[in-house]
Write a protein that binds this ligand. Sequence first.
Ligand code: 1CP
Length: 326
Amino acid sequence: MRQAGRSLPEYRAARGPGSILDAIHQPELVATLTRQPVDRYGTDAAIFFSDIVVPVAAIGFGVDVAPGTGPVVEQPFRSASDLQRLRPLEPELDTPYVIEAVSILAESLDVPLIGFAGGPFTVGSYLVEGGPSKNFTRIKSLMLAEPALWETMVDRLTDMAIASLRSQLDAGASAFQLFDSWAGILSPRHYANLVLPATKRLFAEMRDSHPDVPSILFGVGTGELLPLMATAGSSVVGIDWRVPLGEARQRVRDDQAIQGNLDPSVLGAPWPVVEAETREVLREAGTAPGHIFNLGHGVLPETDPDVLQRVLELVHREGQAGRENL
Ligand code: 1CP
């Protein structure tokens, strides 16, 4: 569950104030923060504690993550001259703290560790917009008005994601997730022409270097994009709460698993509602293998940890019963 930690009192206590990037530079602290949701909830996997802007911040693009806001960029990417600020990532030199934290976790966790990187559209959107965005106007204009520049930019961001993911897998992560969280803002035609080719290349190159490593492609609001995303080459497709899982199955390939998709806002409702909604997700997912229960997006900071705990217990109980009935 992405950002599961930030709703936890032990997260706030261990992390302290200031930019999350400071915390991300401290491998022992990262290992602790990664373990917290696993220790508390008994999740079946851990998601590495980091952020999608870590590689671009590490090469000195001038990115910070402002508390309560998210990534902010001092001098946004606006023209071809900004390409010189997007040099290749050398993980051993630029992000040794990531490699060290993954190594500590690979040694000490009892569950698989999921590494991750940001998808090219989502990371590009922060660089071009300068921060979180509602309409994504600047990045869309850049993509459409200057396709050659976008192609170069997307290729560099994709190369950085590949380098980062490889370093995490080499250090002991067992699977990886590509968060192209905001790709759902694009029309299918724009996604197919301007984002999918680089995304396909990423999964193909990852398969070449790390065959058999499970991979997840995720975005929000991707209902219309799912059939396209399903061709990108991941073994799992993440689904947000807007598409019922039964329908989502029709939109991905038969050999792909799906991940999702309880609406994170539902966790604020009284328990009987949360229970019914959780059961509905499991019912929609059906009995065929290949469903990873998750929220449809990250845990909201105001979420009551005890409610999440009960959801996890319910899912584990039902999953166990389901397996026994197979
Ligand atoms: O569960 C975890 O804590 C895992 C670590 C993790 C992950 C997987 C963090 C820590 N960030 C991410 C990925 C990430 N970061 C995504 C993709 C997942 C998603 O869609 O939520 C995105 C879009 C970001 C960018 C980002 N970082 C935002 C969103 C801003 C926006 O545009 O709306 C925010 C708020 C952050 C800060 C951040 N990153 C992570 C945490 C725990 C936090 C918030 C609190 C903090 O600063 O401690």
